[in-house]
Design a protein around this ligand. Structure first.
Ligand code: GLC
Length: 462
């Protein structure tokens, strides 16, 4: 099965002027391709890891070089052009009439609902850092073009904004969940990726660069904010349950004015003991209690989660195995939003009906992160259990994009087959579980600088 998966991954490769530069999102000839014939930056991150683990660095190098030329470098005030520093959501190789090849990039202006990707630049940094770890090609990273590319991404993230949290404010659907799903504001998946990319950037910038101090400061504040205010376990739920509201000024305990009545009924029974997780979103008057897998798993792998928190998340996954993994690893988020909430939050999105697709569907590509988190926390048996569940179905089902149902028993209603990141996610999980060394490509050690820079929000007591 592993050999066939490698073959399927090779089949997804896109060439440009004779060189491999990426992988298509899916190779399903039975469904309309829409934009699934393109190379998505976030999807390619998983392919890139698979290739790097196999020692194939060339395709990743080419991808990085090509996408760097697609990055928007000009300072633009015009709203219909991508802003400076943005990386495309996806690109495709187009053949002109005189059979010349050129690359066409999409910054979201063609995507369904015109969603702009906030995560592309982050994934680009993750890929670059993994590439240099695997290849030691520091001359590429230290070239003037790459240093500029890195700093342009940082400029977009660290610039002045309308708010004063260390977290990043984004619109709905600006990352892997690229449809209306109530993930606007400060979604965990983006915050964890932001943290990872800042850590990557700190390693990738030349040691004397003046951006490093700024990156370190933000890393510390971001880590503090997420570790303190996003964390939820039974003890904290008890505190929230008894919160006083409308507190003003620096002595406020309920810093974000969360009303205890917003605690959903399902959570009161579902939250295990022991076990905990980072909530899905936190902003003024709003705590989204849903569990989002990508953000939580990435927090473990990147060491954003404190050691105890990492173990608590794995405990939660283990105790709530049926709801989070069931017949296919792993739910993109839990639980689904239903009824009137589904109508108002998704805009009656028929693709995101309860327990389908982004709304509580099971996404096998996330297996790679689950395996990495299992390896990182020495809970390797959980990784193998998940891999086994996936292996029993993925090949037979032709590598679907996602699965539906409370326990992921059904192949996704509109799932593409031969979805590349499903294939790559399986391979990366397999490689990481069998060789812990591979974890180095994506994980980070504990960081004393981050801890030294940590501080609560101004005017807030920690
Ligand atoms: C869907 C997913 C998105 C993914 C793309 C290509 O739009 O929501 O996360 O990048 O398909 O696979």
């Amino acid at each position: 099965m592993v050999e066939l998966a490698w073959q399927a991954l090779e089949d997804s490769i896109i060439n440009y002027r004779g060189l491999p530069v990426g992988t298509v999102a899916a190779c399903d000839s039975h469904m309309s391709s829409l934009n699934y014939d393109q190379c998505f930056t976030r999807d390619f991150a998983v392919s890139a890891l698979a290739f790097l683990m196999k020692g194939e660095t060339e395709i990743v190098r080419n991808f990085l070089l090509e996408t760097l030329t697609l990055q928007s470098w000009d300072k633009r005030m015009e709203c219909f052009q991508p802003g400076q520093g943005l990386m495309p959501a996806s690109f495709k190789v187009v053949h002109s009439k005189n059979s010349e090849e050129y690359i066409h990039a999409d910054f979201g202006e063609h995507a369904i609902a015109r969603v702009a990707p906030v995560d592309s630049g982050f994934w680009w940094l993750v890929i670059l850092r993994a590439y240099v770890k695997a290849s030691n090609d520091w001359s590429l990273v230290h070239s003037a073009e790459f240093q500029t590319g890195i700093k342009l991404i940082l400029d977009v993230c660290l610039t002045t904004r309308f708010d004063m949290f260390p977290t990043m404010l984004v619109p709905d659907g600006s990352f892997m969940i690229d449809r209306r799903m109530g993930v606007y504001g400060y979604p965990l998946d983006i915050q964890a990726l932001f943290y990872v990319s800042l850590r990557a950037a700190r390693e990738l910038l030349k040691p004397e660069d003046e951006y490093i101090a700024v990156v370190e400061e933000r890393l510390g504040n971001l880590a503090y904010h997420l570790r303190s205010y996003y964390w939820l376990d039974l003890q904290i739920l008890n505190e929230i349950y008894c919160y006083k509201v409308e507190e003003y000024g620096i002595t406020a305990i309920n810093k974000f004015n969360i009303y205890p009545d917003t605690i959903p009924e399902w959570l009161k029974e579902w939250l295990p003991e022991p076990g905990g997780y980072f909530v899905g979103n936190l902003g003024p008057g709003r705590m989204d209690f849903r569990f989002f897998s990508q953000g939580n798993l990435m927090a473990i792998v990147s060491q954003l989660a404190l050691e105890e928190q990492s173990h608590s998340i794995m405990d939660l996954i283990s105790v709530r195995w049926e709801s989070l993994i069931g017949r296919m690893p792993i739910k993109v988020c839990f639980p689904a939003i239903e009824g009137r909430d589904w109508e108002t939050i998704t805009g009656c999105d028929a693709k995101n009906i309860p327990w389908s697709y982004h709304n509580g569907g099971n996404w096998p590509f996330l297996l790679w992160l689950l395996a990495a988190a299992a390896q990182k926390t020495n809970r390797i048996e959980l990784g193998y259990m998940a891999l086994e569940v996936a292996a029993s179905r993925l090949f037979k089902d032709k590598w679907p994009e996602y699965y539906d149902g409370r326990h992921g028993r059904l192949i996704g209603k509109e799932a593409r087959r031969y979805q590349t990141w499903t294939i790559a996610g399986f391979l990366v999980a397999y490689e990481i579980l069998n060789n812990p060394k591979h974890l180095d490509l994506i994980s980070f050690p504990e960081d004393t600088v981050v801890i030294a820079c940590s501080q609560p929000l101004p005017g807030f007591s920690g």
